[in-house]
Design a protein around this ligand. Structure first.
Ligand code: 5GP
Ligand code: MG
Length: 179
């Protein structure tokens, strides 16, 4: 495979694309049931959520809309700086909307709690949160996840949209990055 030719560090598969597909189907089922008769606005946190978001919306079968925001917590590396910046904010009003935030991973929880607070101030009718992965061992701020795909160990993961220094987003599986 192509990624085996990439120089160090080497990714090792943690969750296969088949397992991911099954889980996305399960999450879509839960969301579809809860939002039946509604027109939710899904807000993806860029860039990591873009692959997950694309797979998820195609299974929802709801008259949904999508928006994206871009936040940055990490510099170039594996450690959170702890400081969240809105790099690209919302361009439309979410007042009175049923908003579902879609994230790739919750680590310390700092990014998502910042985002949920930022959105809450804009007075949506409802605000829920869907995360593909959760790394609870590293939590510093409590976060409640309404729809969760996988709990992952305290490893730096890449693939399926998640990067390390912008690399590895294209991998179909969720991989652990060796050192
Ligand atoms: P938090 O604020 O919860 O510490 O960090 C959340 C953000 O950090 C995620 O949206 C993601 O962009 C990045 N992040 C945290 N852990 C990982 C990881 O294991 N792999 C990758 N690629 N990004 C991570
Ligand atoms: Mg993210």
């Amino acid at each position: 495979m192509l990624y085996e030719m990439v120089s160090q560090p080497q990714p090792k598969i943690l969750i296969t694309h088949q397992e991911i597909a099954k889980t996305v189907t399960r999450l879509a089922g839960e969301i579809r049931r809860d939002y039946y008769g509604k027109q939710p606005l899904l807000i993806g946190a860029l860039k990591g959520s873009f692959v997950f978001m694309a797979d998820l919306v195609r299974q929802l079968d709801l008259p949904l809309e999508v928006e994206f925001v871009r936040l940055s917590t990490y510099g170039a590396g594996k450690e959170s700086s702890g400081k969240v910046k809105v790099v690209q904010g919302l361009k439309t009003s979410i007042k009175g909307r049923d908003v579902l935030v879609v994230e790739d991973i919750v680590d310390t929880g700092i990014t998502i709690s910042f985002l949920l607070n930022y959105l809450k101030k804009k007075k949506p009718a409802s605000l829920k949160f869907c995360a593909l992965t959760d790394k609870p061992s590293r939590r510093r701020v409590p976060v409640s996840i309404d729809y969760l795909g996988f709990t992952v160990p305290d490893k730096f993961i890449v693939g399926y949209g998640l990067d390390f220094d912008e690399k590895f987003r294209y991998l179909p599986d969720i991989c652990e990055l060796g050192s």
